[in-house]
Design a protein around this ligand. Structure first.
Ligand SMILES: Nc1nc2c(ncn2[C@@H]2O[C@H](COP(=O)(O)OP(=O)(O)O)[C@@H](O)[C@H]2O)c(=O)[nH]1
Ligand SMILES: [Mg+2]
Length: 176
């Protein structure tokens, strides 16, 4: 299974919507905060991948959903450096969770349309990525994205499909 998590308002829902459908989002789209979990079925080359979003507000309960997870998409708002240290703590707590010791991680710096390149480096520094990558055994890939202009979309889709058996035949669910 693939899960997507990150702090409240970091941009998970909008990013997953953008992965589902390139044309569905523009600057007029508004999002409703996720209270529980959302399932997004993302179709990539005729295969459907199920991605479960865990709302940031339920971070204390995340560990209940980690069994059987192969891939983790961790979303950080790159335009909001004030949120970064909280994002770092949450990321660390899931990286050290035994259920995820063999999982692959994708760290997505999103809202790059509001950010600028230097802030990306700043964000990675504040997340202590260099140190984390040395301390944990999982492989962490880093991507930059924007749900508004579609930046990073292809890279993320490629990461999802890499070495991954698809969840075929599942019923397409409607996402709120
Ligand atoms: N400019 C910009 N705004 C974004 C982007 N992604 C999300 N947002 C906005 O950030 C807010 C929170 O997004 P949402 O996807 O609901 O966050 P979630 O709580 O992580 O699911 C919403 O107002 C979105 O419109 C992005 O890539 N660019
Ligand atoms: Mg959400």
């Amino acid at each position: 299974m693939i899960i997507c998590l990150g702090p409240v308002g970091s941009g998970k829902s909008l990013l997953l919507k953008k992965l589902q459908n390139y044309d569905s989002i523009d600057s007029t789209t508004t999002a409703v905060p996720t209270m529980g979990t959302n399932i997004f079925n993302v179709k990539i080359e005729d295969r459907v991948y199920e991605i479960r979003e865990l709302g940031g507000a339920m971070a204390p309960l995340w560990s209940m959903y980690l069994n059987g997870v192969d891939k983790v998409i961790y979303v950080v708002d790159a335009s909001n450096l004030c949120q970064i240290s909280a994002a770092c703590v949450l990321l660390y707590t899931i990286l050290v969770n035994p259920a995820l010791k063999n999982a692959e991680f994708l760290l997505v710096l999103t809202k790059m349309d509001l950010s600028y390149r230097q802030m990306r480096n700043e964000a990675l520094l504040m997340l202590q990525m260099k140190r984390l990558q040395k301390e944990v055994r999982q492989n962490i890939t880093i991507a930059e994205a924007s749900a508004i202009n579609g930046e990073g979309r292809n890279e993320i889709l490629k990461w999802i499909t890499k070495n991954y058996p698809p969840a075929v035949g599942r019923q397409q669910e409607k996402n709120a």
